[in-house]
Write a new protein. Structure first.
Ligand SMILES: Nc1nc2c(c(=O)[nH]1)N[C@H]1C(S)=C(S)[C@@H](COP(=O)(O)O)O[C@H]1N2
Ligand SMILES: [Mo]
Length: 536
């Protein structure tokens, strides 16, 4: 097949091909369009690395040491921005050459774009996480975008079609002058400007998307270290076989989420570290890898939100893995008088609790794992605090960036000046999971069941009352730990009619859950959970 000659696609009577200058500019712009397209696709697909960055890294790996040293001497470091700028320049020069070639043979120019695509693929397939088919598709689409852009620019690049073709608008007095640039050139400039803007936006958008997905990609690669203090799997007897009861360990998809973040912080652990500062002997800065390298522990901890209403679902139980907070604080050396530990999040959120909580034997963790997975992004990846026995708002800082030791009086966490109590020990609570409120159940034997929790005090007894009658002792599942909720069930001999079921728990210290009804503010709701059901 004869190569397409742009000269011949031009309107009749327009024999002159685009000049070298315009052809070169068209080619340079088309090359950038191709690069921008590949950047956008790299942003959209986590398994497509940036081809520009991949080629750049390949260059860095291959340059002779002398050049590297020179670059460091000139830029101070082997400057990435300078490298990218250099690559854009090289792309523009090569693109310009392809633009000139395209005037004679579009196919020749297309072959040139294909060579670029191959270079990009070759550089990118070596990257971890790269999907070869997706990378290849990206390179092909990017090269095609470049060729299409180039063709579009070149067919508009020449002298103007005559007035007879009707492209010029009537408001131009110059229409009468045959040599005056008209629609054709304006068309070219308009398309060129549009492509430049579009390429800029695509490249910027691609970069932003890439940054955001870096956290997800990094999380997918994490291998959690085995805990040196491993817990046995939860005993079977810790779960009751009752339909509709909250599972002993809350699956991540069902775990409640509470935070002030409008958009979830997506932290790339490679760009992250945890500092331990304030009243410490040796301020620390721990990278993610350093944190993972420390001895790990596991802990079953029920997390509760202070905003949880009686009977509410802002509570969940998980098996957390991480570095004991105590170990990190001992490494930093807490100064005497440092009575408060403040957790700071990358998003500026803060929470503080008494320092003694880290040393009194409970399993306070700098958690990196949840239910055997790296911490989910919504739950604080790469690291968060989990402190048994304290409501989340005073303790459970997600996306943790700093741990600061200070005095109790010197600092108030995020929610304290907003009207919530400075101290937030979890109150003893119990919840009826089944039967559900306002449900209808058949008369006869009905399993009334749910969960109860008591901070770090554990649960010793759960009782159910029907229609305000005497408290009946429920059967308890085996405890998983003192800091977790405990399942319970009571077999009810249900008689026809409308009935109200209420529950109360007694904690491991013998304290009976109060009946006094209080709203969550300022330090956690109290009162008995009750449900009304229809027995038929
Ligand atoms: N960075 C940050 N961490 C935070 C919060 C927040 O708003 N921002 N909310 C806290 C509150 S009030 C609770 S109850 C727990 C909830 O943790 P979860 O979303 O993993 O269930 O996170 C705590 N950690
Ligand atoms: Mo909360």
């Amino acid at each position: 097949m004869a190569p397409e000659r742009l000269v011949e696609t031009r309107p009749p009577g327009d024999a002159a091909p685009p000049g070298r200058g315009r052809a070169g500019a068209s080619g340079a712009l088309a090359a950038w369009v191709a690069l921008a397209t590949s950047e956008l696709l790299a942003g959209l697909f986590p398994s497509v690395p940036s081809l520009v960055v991949a080629v750049g890294s390949g260059v860095i790996d291959r340059v002779p040491p002398l050049v590297k040293d020179l670059a460091i001497a000139v830029f101070g470091t082997f400057d990435k921005a300078a490298l990218v700028a250099g690559m854009l320049l090289v792309a523009a020069v090569c693109g310009a050459a392809l633009g000139v070639i395209a005037v004679r043979s579009l196919a020749g120019a297309a072959a040139g774009f294909a060579v670029f695509a191959l270079v990009g693929v070759a550089a990118a397939v070596g990257e971890r996480q790269a999907s070869i088919p997706l990378v290849a598709a990206t390179a092909v689409i990017a090269a095609a975008a470049g060729v299409v852009a180039l063709r579009g620019l070149l067919v508009r690049g020449g002298p103007e079609p005559g007035p007879a073709t009707g492209t010029a608008s009537g408001d131009e007095a110059a229409d009468a002058e045959p040599m005056t640039p008209r629609g054709g050139r304006r068309d070219f400039l308009r398309l060129a400007a549009g492509l430049a803007l579009g390429a800029g936006a695509a490249a910027a958008g691609g970069r932003i998307l890439t940054q955001r997905s870096a956290a997800a990609v990094a999380r997918a690669r994490v291998r959690l270290p085995a805990a040196s203090a491993r817990l046995p799997p939860p005993p079977a007897a810790a779960s009751l076989p009752v339909d509709g009861i909250s599972p002993l360990v809350t699956p991540i998809e069902r775990f409640y989420r509470i935070d002030t973040a409008l958009s979830v912080p997506r932290v790339d652990p490679a760009q992250w570290d945890l500092s331990v500062t304030g009243m410490v002997e040796r301020p620390l800065r721990l990278s993610y890898d350093e944190l993972l390298a420390m001895p790990h522990a596991e802990a079953d901890v029920t997390l509760v939100c202070v905003s949880n209403e009686v009977g509410g679902d802002l509570v969940g139980n998980a098996r957390w893995t991480g570095v004991p907070l105590r170990a990190v604080l001992e490494r930093a050396g807490v100064q005497p008088g440092a009575t408060q530990v403040v957790g700071r999040s990358v998003d500026g959120w803060t929470a503080g609790f008494p320092t003694e909580v880290a040393f009194d034997g409970r399993d306070a963790l700098i958690a990196v794992g949840m239910n055997g997975e790296p911490l989910p992004i919504r739950h604080g990846f790469p690291a968060r605090l989990v402190v048994p026995g304290l409501y989340g708002y005073v303790s459970a800082t997600k996306w943790l960036s700093a741990i600061e030791l200070t005095t109790w009086g010197a600092f108030d966490g995020y929610w304290v000046p907003r009207g919530w109590a400075k101290e937030g020990p979890i109150k003893t609570q119990s919840r009826i999971d089944v039967p559900r409120r306002a449900s209808t159940v058949p008369a006869g034997r009905v399993a009334v069941a749910g969960v109860a929790w008591g901070g770090i005090r554990g649960i010793d007894r759960v009782e159910v009352s029907v229609d305000g009658g005497s408290w009946q002792r429920a059967r308890l599942a085996e405890p998983l730990g003192a800091a977790t909720w405990r399942q319970w069930v009571w077999d009810w001999d249900a008689e026809r009619g409308r009935h109200e079921l209420a529950v109360r728990a007694t904690d491991g210290e013998g304290a009976v859950q109060t009946a006094e009804r209080r709203r969550p503010a300022p330090d956690g709701a109290t009162g008995h959970h009750a449900v009304t059901v229809e027995v038929v």
